[in-house]
Design a protein around this ligand. Structure first.
Ligand code: BES
Ligand code: ZN
Ligand code: ZN
Length: 492
Protein backbone atom coordinates (compact mmCIF):
# COMPACT_ATOMS: atom_id res chain seq x y z
CA UNK A 1 0.00 0.00 0.00
CA UNK A 2 1.29 3.38 -0.98
CA UNK A 3 0.69 6.39 1.30
CA UNK A 4 0.39 9.89 -0.09
CA UNK A 5 -0.10 13.41 1.20
CA UNK A 6 -2.10 15.65 -1.08
CA UNK A 7 -2.86 19.34 -1.12
CA UNK A 8 -6.41 18.97 -2.46
CA UNK A 9 -9.99 19.68 -1.45
CA UNK A 10 -13.00 17.44 -1.04
CA UNK A 11 -14.47 18.69 -4.31
CA UNK A 12 -11.46 17.69 -6.41
CA UNK A 13 -10.07 14.54 -4.77
CA UNK A 14 -10.48 11.49 -6.95
CA UNK A 15 -10.86 8.23 -5.09
CA UNK A 16 -13.00 5.09 -4.75
CA UNK A 17 -13.72 6.04 -1.16
CA UNK A 18 -13.33 9.44 0.44
CA UNK A 19 -13.38 9.30 4.22
CA UNK A 20 -14.37 12.32 6.26
CA UNK A 21 -13.83 12.03 10.02
CA UNK A 22 -16.54 13.84 11.99
CA UNK A 23 -16.67 14.91 15.61
CA UNK A 24 -19.84 14.29 17.55
CA UNK A 25 -22.40 17.01 16.78
CA UNK A 26 -19.91 18.92 14.62
CA UNK A 27 -21.87 18.53 11.41
CA UNK A 28 -21.59 22.16 10.41
CA UNK A 29 -17.87 21.96 9.60
CA UNK A 30 -16.89 23.61 6.29
CA UNK A 31 -15.80 20.32 4.76
CA UNK A 32 -19.25 18.81 5.27
CA UNK A 33 -20.95 21.93 3.94
CA UNK A 34 -18.80 21.83 0.83
CA UNK A 35 -19.62 18.17 0.39
CA UNK A 36 -23.31 18.78 0.85
CA UNK A 37 -23.30 21.64 -1.63
CA UNK A 38 -21.79 19.42 -4.30
CA UNK A 39 -24.23 16.66 -3.45
CA UNK A 40 -27.14 19.11 -3.76
CA UNK A 41 -28.30 18.78 -0.17
CA UNK A 42 -28.64 15.01 -0.35
CA UNK A 43 -25.98 14.39 2.28
CA UNK A 44 -27.80 16.60 4.78
CA UNK A 45 -30.97 14.67 4.06
CA UNK A 46 -29.24 11.37 4.67
CA UNK A 47 -27.71 12.65 7.90
CA UNK A 48 -31.07 13.75 9.19
CA UNK A 49 -32.82 10.52 8.24
CA UNK A 50 -30.13 8.26 9.65
CA UNK A 51 -29.67 10.30 12.82
CA UNK A 52 -25.92 10.13 12.28
CA UNK A 53 -24.33 12.49 14.83
CA UNK A 54 -20.65 11.52 14.61
CA UNK A 55 -20.66 9.32 17.69
CA UNK A 56 -17.60 7.09 18.07
CA UNK A 57 -17.96 3.97 15.99
CA UNK A 58 -20.78 5.26 13.79
CA UNK A 59 -20.47 5.63 10.02
CA UNK A 60 -22.55 6.98 7.17
CA UNK A 61 -21.89 5.92 3.60
CA UNK A 62 -23.08 7.95 0.64
CA UNK A 63 -22.68 7.27 -3.06
CA UNK A 64 -21.88 10.49 -4.92
CA UNK A 65 -23.60 9.35 -8.14
CA UNK A 66 -21.04 11.23 -10.18
CA UNK A 67 -21.60 14.57 -8.44
CA UNK A 68 -17.98 14.48 -7.27
CA UNK A 69 -14.78 12.88 -8.58
CA UNK A 70 -15.03 10.49 -5.58
CA UNK A 71 -17.26 7.42 -5.96
CA UNK A 72 -18.31 7.08 -2.33
CA UNK A 73 -18.10 9.32 0.69
CA UNK A 74 -17.92 7.82 4.15
CA UNK A 75 -18.49 9.94 7.23
CA UNK A 76 -16.78 8.31 10.21
CA UNK A 77 -17.74 9.32 13.74
CA UNK A 78 -14.89 10.15 16.10
CA UNK A 79 -17.00 10.89 19.18
CA UNK A 80 -16.39 13.85 21.43
CA UNK A 81 -13.48 16.11 20.65
CA UNK A 82 -12.19 15.71 24.20
CA UNK A 83 -12.07 11.90 23.94
CA UNK A 84 -9.94 11.98 20.83
CA UNK A 85 -6.72 10.06 21.16
CA UNK A 86 -4.68 8.10 18.64
CA UNK A 87 -6.68 4.96 19.27
CA UNK A 88 -9.89 6.66 18.13
CA UNK A 89 -8.14 7.42 14.82
CA UNK A 90 -6.93 3.84 14.64
CA UNK A 91 -10.42 2.42 15.07
CA UNK A 92 -12.03 4.96 12.73
CA UNK A 93 -9.50 4.11 10.02
CA UNK A 94 -10.12 0.41 10.58
CA UNK A 95 -13.85 0.94 10.01
CA UNK A 96 -13.10 2.81 6.81
CA UNK A 97 -10.96 -0.08 5.58
CA UNK A 98 -13.77 -2.58 6.29
CA UNK A 99 -16.15 -0.37 4.32
CA UNK A 100 -13.62 -0.16 1.49
CA UNK A 101 -13.44 -3.95 1.46
CA UNK A 102 -17.22 -4.26 1.22
CA UNK A 103 -17.30 -1.76 -1.63
CA UNK A 104 -14.33 -3.29 -3.40
CA UNK A 105 -12.63 0.12 -3.24
CA UNK A 106 -8.95 -0.04 -4.20
CA UNK A 107 -7.95 3.26 -2.68
CA UNK A 108 -8.96 5.43 0.24
CA UNK A 109 -8.55 9.19 0.54
CA UNK A 110 -8.94 10.58 4.05
CA UNK A 111 -9.67 14.19 4.87
CA UNK A 112 -6.81 14.86 7.26
CA UNK A 113 -7.22 17.78 9.65
CA UNK A 114 -6.35 16.59 13.15
CA UNK A 115 -6.47 19.34 15.78
CA UNK A 116 -3.27 18.09 17.38
CA UNK A 117 -0.39 15.62 17.02
CA UNK A 118 -0.69 14.98 13.27
CA UNK A 119 2.18 12.47 13.27
CA UNK A 120 0.53 10.29 15.91
CA UNK A 121 -2.84 10.57 14.17
CA UNK A 122 -1.42 9.67 10.75
CA UNK A 123 0.48 6.68 12.06
CA UNK A 124 -2.60 5.44 13.95
CA UNK A 125 -4.68 5.80 10.79
CA UNK A 126 -2.19 3.77 8.76
CA UNK A 127 -2.14 1.11 11.48
CA UNK A 128 -5.93 0.97 11.58
CA UNK A 129 -6.22 0.64 7.80
CA UNK A 130 -3.66 -2.17 7.72
CA UNK A 131 -4.70 -4.05 10.87
CA UNK A 132 -8.36 -4.19 9.85
CA UNK A 133 -7.54 -6.24 6.75
CA UNK A 134 -6.00 -9.17 8.61
CA UNK A 135 -7.61 -12.55 8.10
CA UNK A 136 -6.48 -16.07 8.86
CA UNK A 137 -7.98 -18.17 6.11
CA UNK A 138 -5.51 -21.00 5.70
CA UNK A 139 -8.01 -23.58 6.91
CA UNK A 140 -11.18 -22.31 5.23
CA UNK A 141 -12.43 -23.72 1.96
CA UNK A 142 -14.70 -20.77 1.15
CA UNK A 143 -12.68 -17.73 2.14
CA UNK A 144 -12.75 -14.47 0.28
CA UNK A 145 -9.55 -12.47 0.64
CA UNK A 146 -9.83 -8.78 1.59
CA UNK A 147 -9.02 -6.87 -1.63
CA UNK A 148 -5.66 -5.21 -1.44
CA UNK A 149 -5.60 -1.48 -1.02
CA UNK A 150 -3.42 0.26 -3.60
CA UNK A 151 -3.15 3.56 -1.82
CA UNK A 152 -4.11 5.61 1.18
CA UNK A 153 -4.06 9.36 0.61
CA UNK A 154 -4.21 12.01 3.29
CA UNK A 155 -5.68 15.17 1.82
CA UNK A 156 -6.69 18.71 2.74
CA UNK A 157 -6.34 22.01 0.92
CA UNK A 158 -2.94 23.38 1.92
CA UNK A 159 -1.70 20.07 3.37
CA UNK A 160 2.10 20.15 3.38
CA UNK A 161 4.54 17.32 3.75
CA UNK A 162 5.89 17.12 7.27
CA UNK A 163 8.99 15.01 7.81
CA UNK A 164 7.83 13.89 11.25
CA UNK A 165 4.45 12.71 9.96
CA UNK A 166 5.98 10.90 7.01
CA UNK A 167 8.43 9.13 9.28
CA UNK A 168 5.63 8.06 11.64
CA UNK A 169 3.66 6.70 8.68
CA UNK A 170 6.68 4.79 7.36
CA UNK A 171 7.27 3.25 10.77
CA UNK A 172 3.65 2.16 11.06
CA UNK A 173 3.89 0.45 7.67
CA UNK A 174 7.10 -1.29 8.80
CA UNK A 175 5.65 -2.51 12.10
CA UNK A 176 2.39 -4.14 10.99
CA UNK A 177 3.83 -7.26 9.29
CA UNK A 178 5.28 -8.15 12.71
CA UNK A 179 1.78 -8.01 14.21
CA UNK A 180 0.46 -10.24 11.41
CA UNK A 181 3.25 -12.75 11.93
CA UNK A 182 2.44 -12.94 15.66
CA UNK A 183 -1.27 -13.38 14.86
CA UNK A 184 -0.55 -16.13 12.34
CA UNK A 185 1.65 -18.04 14.76
CA UNK A 186 -1.07 -17.97 17.43
CA UNK A 187 -3.86 -18.82 14.99
CA UNK A 188 -2.15 -21.90 13.56
CA UNK A 189 -3.50 -25.09 15.14
CA UNK A 190 -1.43 -26.28 18.09
CA UNK A 191 -0.32 -29.46 16.35
CA UNK A 192 1.21 -27.28 13.63
CA UNK A 193 2.81 -24.74 15.96
CA UNK A 194 5.03 -27.14 17.83
CA UNK A 195 8.22 -25.99 19.53
CA UNK A 196 10.15 -27.15 16.47
CA UNK A 197 7.86 -25.17 14.16
CA UNK A 198 8.25 -22.08 16.31
CA UNK A 199 12.04 -22.39 16.02
CA UNK A 200 11.78 -22.76 12.24
CA UNK A 201 9.49 -19.76 12.03
CA UNK A 202 11.96 -17.68 14.01
CA UNK A 203 14.72 -18.76 11.62
CA UNK A 204 12.64 -18.00 8.53
CA UNK A 205 11.26 -14.67 9.63
CA UNK A 206 14.09 -13.15 11.62
CA UNK A 207 16.51 -12.49 8.81
CA UNK A 208 18.20 -9.41 7.56
CA UNK A 209 20.68 -6.86 8.71
CA UNK A 210 21.76 -7.32 12.29
CA UNK A 211 19.55 -10.32 13.07
CA UNK A 212 20.68 -13.82 13.95
CA UNK A 213 18.78 -16.83 15.29
CA UNK A 214 19.98 -19.82 17.26
CA UNK A 215 17.67 -22.69 18.15
CA UNK A 216 18.67 -25.18 20.82
CA UNK A 217 17.30 -28.72 20.72
CA UNK A 218 16.83 -31.06 23.67
CA UNK A 219 20.51 -32.09 23.99
CA UNK A 220 21.73 -28.52 24.19
CA UNK A 221 18.90 -27.62 26.56
CA UNK A 222 20.03 -30.48 28.81
CA UNK A 223 23.64 -29.37 28.58
CA UNK A 224 22.61 -25.83 29.50
CA UNK A 225 20.61 -27.19 32.45
CA UNK A 226 17.35 -25.48 31.56
CA UNK A 227 15.57 -27.57 34.15
CA UNK A 228 12.19 -25.83 34.05
CA UNK A 229 11.79 -26.28 30.31
CA UNK A 230 12.83 -29.93 30.55
CA UNK A 231 10.43 -30.56 33.44
CA UNK A 232 7.44 -29.16 31.56
CA UNK A 233 8.44 -30.98 28.39
CA UNK A 234 8.52 -34.40 30.08
CA UNK A 235 4.85 -35.09 29.44
CA UNK A 236 5.20 -34.50 25.70
CA UNK A 237 6.32 -36.48 22.66
CA UNK A 238 7.49 -33.26 21.02
CA UNK A 239 11.00 -32.05 21.71
CA UNK A 240 11.42 -28.67 23.39
CA UNK A 241 13.25 -25.77 21.82
CA UNK A 242 15.03 -22.79 23.27
CA UNK A 243 15.06 -20.00 20.70
CA UNK A 244 17.50 -17.10 20.81
CA UNK A 245 17.09 -14.16 18.44
CA UNK A 246 19.74 -11.49 18.51
CA UNK A 247 19.71 -8.03 16.99
CA UNK A 248 22.84 -5.94 16.71
CA UNK A 249 22.25 -2.34 15.64
CA UNK A 250 24.32 -0.70 12.91
CA UNK A 251 25.64 1.83 15.44
CA UNK A 252 26.95 1.57 18.99
CA UNK A 253 23.94 0.47 21.05
CA UNK A 254 22.47 2.95 23.51
CA UNK A 255 21.37 0.05 25.73
CA UNK A 256 21.12 -3.72 25.91
CA UNK A 257 17.64 -5.16 26.25
CA UNK A 258 16.52 -8.75 26.81
CA UNK A 259 13.05 -9.85 25.70
CA UNK A 260 11.62 -13.12 26.94
CA UNK A 261 8.45 -14.76 25.67
CA UNK A 262 6.45 -17.68 27.00
CA UNK A 263 6.33 -20.33 24.30
CA UNK A 264 3.89 -22.96 25.55
CA UNK A 265 2.60 -24.20 22.21
CA UNK A 266 -0.37 -25.87 23.88
CA UNK A 267 -1.32 -25.81 27.54
CA UNK A 268 -3.40 -28.80 28.59
CA UNK A 269 -2.41 -28.15 32.19
CA UNK A 270 -0.27 -31.32 32.32
CA UNK A 271 -1.28 -33.81 35.03
CA UNK A 272 -3.15 -30.93 36.71
CA UNK A 273 -5.36 -31.19 33.64
CA UNK A 274 -7.55 -28.28 32.62
CA UNK A 275 -11.28 -28.78 32.02
CA UNK A 276 -12.10 -29.08 28.29
CA UNK A 277 -13.67 -25.63 28.03
CA UNK A 278 -10.55 -23.90 29.40
CA UNK A 279 -8.41 -25.85 26.96
CA UNK A 280 -10.24 -24.71 23.83
CA UNK A 281 -8.08 -21.64 23.29
CA UNK A 282 -4.86 -22.89 24.85
CA UNK A 283 -3.01 -22.76 21.55
CA UNK A 284 -2.72 -19.09 22.53
CA UNK A 285 -0.18 -19.93 25.21
CA UNK A 286 2.79 -19.09 22.99
CA UNK A 287 1.46 -15.59 22.26
CA UNK A 288 4.25 -13.98 24.30
CA UNK A 289 6.87 -15.81 22.24
CA UNK A 290 4.96 -15.05 19.02
CA UNK A 291 4.86 -11.33 19.84
CA UNK A 292 8.60 -11.36 20.35
CA UNK A 293 9.30 -13.21 17.09
CA UNK A 294 6.97 -10.74 15.35
CA UNK A 295 8.69 -7.73 16.87
CA UNK A 296 12.22 -9.01 16.27
CA UNK A 297 11.42 -9.75 12.62
CA UNK A 298 10.89 -6.01 12.01
CA UNK A 299 14.06 -4.69 13.62
CA UNK A 300 16.12 -4.68 10.40
CA UNK A 301 13.48 -2.29 8.99
CA UNK A 302 13.24 -0.01 12.01
CA UNK A 303 16.90 -0.23 13.00
CA UNK A 304 16.71 1.12 16.57
CA UNK A 305 20.06 1.81 18.23
CA UNK A 306 19.46 -0.82 20.90
CA UNK A 307 20.98 -4.28 21.19
CA UNK A 308 18.20 -6.80 21.69
CA UNK A 309 18.48 -10.44 22.71
CA UNK A 310 15.32 -12.51 22.83
CA UNK A 311 14.78 -15.86 24.50
CA UNK A 312 11.76 -18.03 23.81
CA UNK A 313 11.57 -21.29 25.74
CA UNK A 314 9.12 -23.49 23.83
CA UNK A 315 7.28 -26.72 24.53
CA UNK A 316 3.74 -27.94 24.92
CA UNK A 317 2.42 -28.85 28.37
CA UNK A 318 0.95 -32.34 28.16
CA UNK A 319 0.18 -35.12 30.63
CA UNK A 320 2.11 -38.01 28.97
CA UNK A 321 3.31 -41.00 30.95
CA UNK A 322 6.58 -39.38 31.87
CA UNK A 323 5.02 -36.04 32.84
CA UNK A 324 6.24 -34.11 35.86
CA UNK A 325 4.12 -34.75 38.93
CA UNK A 326 2.73 -32.49 41.60
CA UNK A 327 5.35 -32.67 44.35
CA UNK A 328 8.34 -32.76 42.00
CA UNK A 329 11.13 -30.27 42.59
CA UNK A 330 13.05 -28.38 39.89
CA UNK A 331 16.58 -27.15 40.53
CA UNK A 332 17.43 -24.08 38.41
CA UNK A 333 20.79 -23.01 37.05
CA UNK A 334 21.02 -20.16 39.54
CA UNK A 335 20.69 -22.69 42.38
CA UNK A 336 17.10 -21.87 43.28
CA UNK A 337 14.52 -24.64 43.61
CA UNK A 338 10.77 -24.75 42.92
CA UNK A 339 8.34 -27.36 44.17
CA UNK A 340 5.73 -27.99 41.46
CA UNK A 341 2.37 -28.37 43.16
CA UNK A 342 0.30 -27.58 40.09
CA UNK A 343 1.62 -28.55 36.67
CA UNK A 344 -0.77 -26.04 35.08
CA UNK A 345 1.31 -23.19 36.50
CA UNK A 346 3.96 -24.09 33.91
CA UNK A 347 4.68 -20.70 32.33
CA UNK A 348 6.62 -19.48 35.35
CA UNK A 349 8.61 -22.73 35.32
CA UNK A 350 9.95 -22.24 31.79
CA UNK A 351 10.33 -18.46 32.10
CA UNK A 352 12.49 -18.92 35.19
CA UNK A 353 15.21 -20.63 33.10
CA UNK A 354 15.20 -17.84 30.55
CA UNK A 355 15.14 -15.05 33.15
CA UNK A 356 18.07 -16.62 35.02
CA UNK A 357 20.05 -16.91 31.77
CA UNK A 358 19.27 -13.31 30.85
CA UNK A 359 20.12 -11.99 34.31
CA UNK A 360 23.57 -13.57 33.98
CA UNK A 361 24.26 -11.28 31.01
CA UNK A 362 23.64 -8.22 33.15
CA UNK A 363 21.59 -6.27 30.56
CA UNK A 364 20.12 -2.80 31.08
CA UNK A 365 16.66 -4.33 31.32
CA UNK A 366 14.64 -7.49 30.86
CA UNK A 367 11.05 -7.50 29.59
CA UNK A 368 9.00 -10.66 29.50
CA UNK A 369 5.66 -11.29 27.81
CA UNK A 370 3.54 -14.20 28.90
CA UNK A 371 -0.02 -15.47 28.83
CA UNK A 372 0.63 -16.29 32.43
CA UNK A 373 -2.49 -16.31 34.56
CA UNK A 374 -6.25 -16.58 34.35
CA UNK A 375 -6.21 -14.41 37.47
CA UNK A 376 -4.93 -11.47 35.43
CA UNK A 377 -7.88 -11.88 33.07
CA UNK A 378 -10.25 -11.90 36.04
CA UNK A 379 -8.64 -8.70 37.34
CA UNK A 380 -8.30 -6.69 34.13
CA UNK A 381 -10.52 -8.38 31.55
CA UNK A 382 -9.72 -9.23 27.96
CA UNK A 383 -8.44 -5.89 26.75
CA UNK A 384 -5.84 -5.03 29.36
CA UNK A 385 -2.45 -6.56 30.13
CA UNK A 386 -1.06 -6.54 33.66
CA UNK A 387 2.34 -4.93 34.03
CA UNK A 388 4.64 -5.71 36.93
CA UNK A 389 8.03 -4.16 37.43
CA UNK A 390 10.83 -3.79 39.96
CA UNK A 391 11.88 -0.52 38.30
CA UNK A 392 9.40 2.33 37.97
CA UNK A 393 11.20 4.27 35.19
CA UNK A 394 11.13 1.13 33.03
CA UNK A 395 7.46 0.55 33.85
CA UNK A 396 6.68 4.16 32.91
CA UNK A 397 8.50 3.87 29.58
CA UNK A 398 6.57 0.74 28.67
CA UNK A 399 3.25 2.22 29.79
CA UNK A 400 3.98 5.32 27.71
CA UNK A 401 4.79 3.28 24.60
CA UNK A 402 1.67 1.16 25.14
CA UNK A 403 -0.55 4.22 25.45
CA UNK A 404 0.75 5.60 22.15
CA UNK A 405 0.06 2.27 20.48
CA UNK A 406 -3.45 1.85 21.88
CA UNK A 407 -2.42 -1.36 23.65
CA UNK A 408 -3.95 -1.18 27.10
CA UNK A 409 -1.80 -1.99 30.11
CA UNK A 410 -2.27 -1.45 33.80
CA UNK A 411 0.38 -1.69 36.45
CA UNK A 412 -0.19 -4.17 39.27
CA UNK A 413 1.87 -4.34 42.45
CA UNK A 414 4.63 -6.78 43.45
CA UNK A 415 3.37 -7.20 47.00
CA UNK A 416 6.36 -8.27 49.12
CA UNK A 417 4.14 -9.60 51.90
CA UNK A 418 2.71 -12.25 49.57
CA UNK A 419 6.10 -13.91 49.29
CA UNK A 420 5.13 -15.73 52.49
CA UNK A 421 2.49 -17.55 50.47
CA UNK A 422 4.93 -19.22 48.10
CA UNK A 423 7.04 -20.80 50.85
CA UNK A 424 7.43 -24.52 50.26
CA UNK A 425 7.96 -27.26 52.81
CA UNK A 426 10.73 -28.87 50.75
CA UNK A 427 12.11 -26.29 48.30
CA UNK A 428 12.92 -22.56 48.11
CA UNK A 429 9.42 -21.88 46.84
CA UNK A 430 6.38 -23.60 45.43
CA UNK A 431 4.87 -22.73 42.07
CA UNK A 432 1.36 -21.85 43.31
CA UNK A 433 -0.23 -20.28 46.37
CA UNK A 434 -3.87 -19.98 47.40
CA UNK A 435 -6.76 -18.94 45.20
CA UNK A 436 -6.24 -15.19 45.59
CA UNK A 437 -3.94 -12.70 43.87
CA UNK A 438 -2.76 -15.27 41.33
CA UNK A 439 -1.30 -12.77 38.87
CA UNK A 440 0.82 -11.20 41.62
CA UNK A 441 1.96 -14.58 42.95
CA UNK A 442 3.15 -15.56 39.46
CA UNK A 443 4.99 -12.26 39.08
CA UNK A 444 6.69 -12.69 42.47
CA UNK A 445 7.97 -16.11 41.40
CA UNK A 446 9.42 -14.63 38.19
CA UNK A 447 11.04 -11.84 40.19
CA UNK A 448 13.08 -14.42 42.08
CA UNK A 449 15.02 -15.05 38.86
CA UNK A 450 16.00 -11.56 37.70
CA UNK A 451 18.25 -10.48 40.57
CA UNK A 452 18.19 -6.69 40.78
CA UNK A 453 18.12 -6.05 37.03
CA UNK A 454 15.42 -3.61 35.89
CA UNK A 455 12.67 -5.94 34.79
CA UNK A 456 9.09 -5.75 33.62
CA UNK A 457 6.66 -8.61 33.27
CA UNK A 458 3.62 -8.28 31.02
CA UNK A 459 0.84 -10.74 31.75
CA UNK A 460 -0.97 -10.77 28.40
CA UNK A 461 -3.35 -13.67 29.15
CA UNK A 462 -6.36 -11.41 28.44
CA UNK A 463 -5.46 -9.34 25.37
CA UNK A 464 -3.38 -11.97 23.51
CA UNK A 465 -6.50 -13.48 22.02
CA UNK A 466 -9.92 -12.12 21.16
CA UNK A 467 -13.04 -14.26 21.01
CA UNK A 468 -14.98 -11.47 19.33
CA UNK A 469 -14.04 -9.44 16.31
CA UNK A 470 -12.86 -5.87 17.02
CA UNK A 471 -12.33 -3.04 14.49
CA UNK A 472 -8.62 -3.77 14.33
CA UNK A 473 -8.61 -7.51 14.84
CA UNK A 474 -10.34 -10.66 13.64
CA UNK A 475 -11.19 -13.40 16.13
CA UNK A 476 -8.09 -15.18 17.36
CA UNK A 477 -4.56 -14.04 18.07
CA UNK A 478 -4.19 -10.26 18.35
CA UNK A 479 -0.44 -9.79 18.12
CA UNK A 480 -0.70 -7.83 21.36
CA UNK A 481 2.65 -6.46 22.47
CA UNK A 482 4.40 -6.28 19.08
CA UNK A 483 3.62 -2.60 18.55
CA UNK A 484 4.41 -1.58 22.13
CA UNK A 485 7.72 -3.45 22.11
CA UNK A 486 8.79 -1.86 18.84
CA UNK A 487 7.70 1.58 20.04
CA UNK A 488 9.61 1.03 23.28
CA UNK A 489 12.76 -0.01 21.41
CA UNK A 490 12.51 2.93 18.98
CA UNK A 491 11.94 5.62 21.62
CA UNK A 492 15.16 7.29 22.77
N1 BES B 1 -1.78 -20.48 30.25
C1 BES B 1 -2.44 -20.36 31.50
C2 BES B 1 -2.98 -18.96 31.76
C3 BES B 1 -4.11 -18.47 30.90
C4 BES B 1 -5.40 -18.59 31.31
C5 BES B 1 -3.85 -17.83 29.70
C6 BES B 1 -6.44 -18.09 30.53
C7 BES B 1 -4.88 -17.34 28.93
C8 BES B 1 -6.17 -17.46 29.33
C9 BES B 1 -1.48 -20.70 32.63
O1 BES B 1 -0.46 -21.59 32.34
C10 BES B 1 -2.28 -21.30 33.71
O2 BES B 1 -2.85 -22.32 33.47
N2 BES B 1 -2.31 -20.67 34.85
C11 BES B 1 -3.08 -21.14 35.94
C12 BES B 1 -2.27 -20.93 37.19
C13 BES B 1 -2.85 -21.59 38.40
C14 BES B 1 -2.73 -23.09 38.27
C15 BES B 1 -2.10 -21.11 39.61
C16 BES B 1 -4.37 -20.34 35.98
O3 BES B 1 -4.35 -19.15 35.68
O4 BES B 1 -5.40 -20.92 36.28
ZN1 ZN C 1 -1.09 -23.63 32.57
ZN1 ZN D 1 0.09 -21.67 30.31
Amino acid sequence: METRFRDTGIDTIKSDLVVVPVHERKLEEPVIRTLDRHLKGRLRERIEKSQFTGGEGSTLLHATGGALPAVHVLLVGLGKDTDLDAHVWRKAAARARKEAATLGARDIALYFAPAREPAAAASAIVEGVLLAAYQFNRYRSNSKPVPELKSLSFFKPGLTRAAETEKAVREAVDVIPGVFLARDLVNEPPSVTTARFLGEQAEQNCRGRGLSVEVWGKKKIEAMKLAGLLAVNRGSHEEPRFITIHYKPPVRPRKRVFLIGKGITFDSGGLSLKPSKSMETMKLDMAGGAAIIGAMSRLPHLRPDVEVTSYIPATDNLPGGNAQKPGDVIRYLNGKTIEVLNTDAEGRLILADALALAARENPDCIINLATLTGACVVALGNEVAGLFSNHQPLADQILGAARECGEKMWQLPLVKEYREDIKSSVADMKNVAGPQGGAIIAALILQEFVDEIPWAHLDIAGPAFTEKETPICARGGTGFGVRTLLRFLSTP
